[in-house]
Design a protein around this ligand. Structure first.
Ligand code: AP5
Length: 183
């Protein structure tokens, strides 16, 4: 069983690489961004609250994210191995995750840190055009990543194995590198 965490700036390719990894390793893909977008689509109260933050490129408050993640991790498929995509994004979320994993008797095996230039991010995201992919929001998402999410890597440094991956070049070449390093 393998439990992975994917961390990286917006547009670093977390979702893209998660799709390759889950095919090969048969892991439950848990993306907090996707969970929020599903809530928005279904018109839930959580979705309405989250949307206001997502549209600006700000983080959804920790208590809401932590509760949602706890519920998702409690689902049956997580027991066979999971991959977190976009969680944790704050040290507070990382600490909450540690408690959840202890309670659920799960262990995190590897953190995959996708490293990418801001220029590449902007090019990729403007090319995609999701509702939060406009210049103003992308700029804020990058700022928020640097100030609130990069400290998560410092938090785990020395505690969990971190694979640093250059996420430039083709999606497939990046995946080949990840796959070789996981094995
Ligand atoms: P989330 O959905 O997680 O978005 P994000 O982190 O901004 O990441 P993206 O989905 O934009 O990029 P990605 O790294 O997954 O790259 P992708 O593979 O898609 O979060 C959205 C919002 O939800 C947050 O801003 C926040 O408000 C909220 N949220 C979510 N989780 C939260 C949490 N834990 N706490 C608080 N708030 C939270 O690729 C992007 C594009 O690039 C695609 O078009 C793709 O085809 C292309 N691409 C990827 N790789 C390559 C490549 N190698 N070459 C060329 N193109 C590529």
């Amino acid at each position: 069983m393998l439990n992975i965490m994917l961390i990286g700036a917006p547009g670093s390719g977390k979702g893209t690489q998660a799709n390759f990894i889950k095919e090969d390793f048969g892991l439950a893909h848990i993306s907090t961004g996707d969970l929020f977008r599903a809530n928005i689509e279904n018109g839930t109260t959580l979705g309405t609250t989250a949307k206001a933050f997502m549209d600006k490129g700000d983080l959804v408050p920790d208590d809401l994210v932590i509760k949602m993640l706890y519920e998702r991790l409690s689902e049956d498929d997580s027991k066979n191995g999971f991959m977190l995509d976009g969680y944790p994004r704050t040290v507070e979320q990382a600490k909450a995750l540690d408690s959840m994993l202890t309670e659920m008797t799960f262990k995190l095996d590897i953190i995959i840190n996708l490293k990418v230039n801001d220029e590449t991010v902007i090019k990729r995201l403007l090319g995609r055009g999701r509702t939060d992919d406009n210049t103003e929001t992308i700029t804020n998402r990058l700022k928020v990543f640097k100030s609130q999410s990069e400290p998560v890597l410092e938090y785990y440094n020395g505690k969990i194995k971190i694979l640093n991956i250059e996420s430039e070049g083709t999606a497939l070449s990046i995946y080949e590198n990840i796959k070789n390093k996981i094995k």
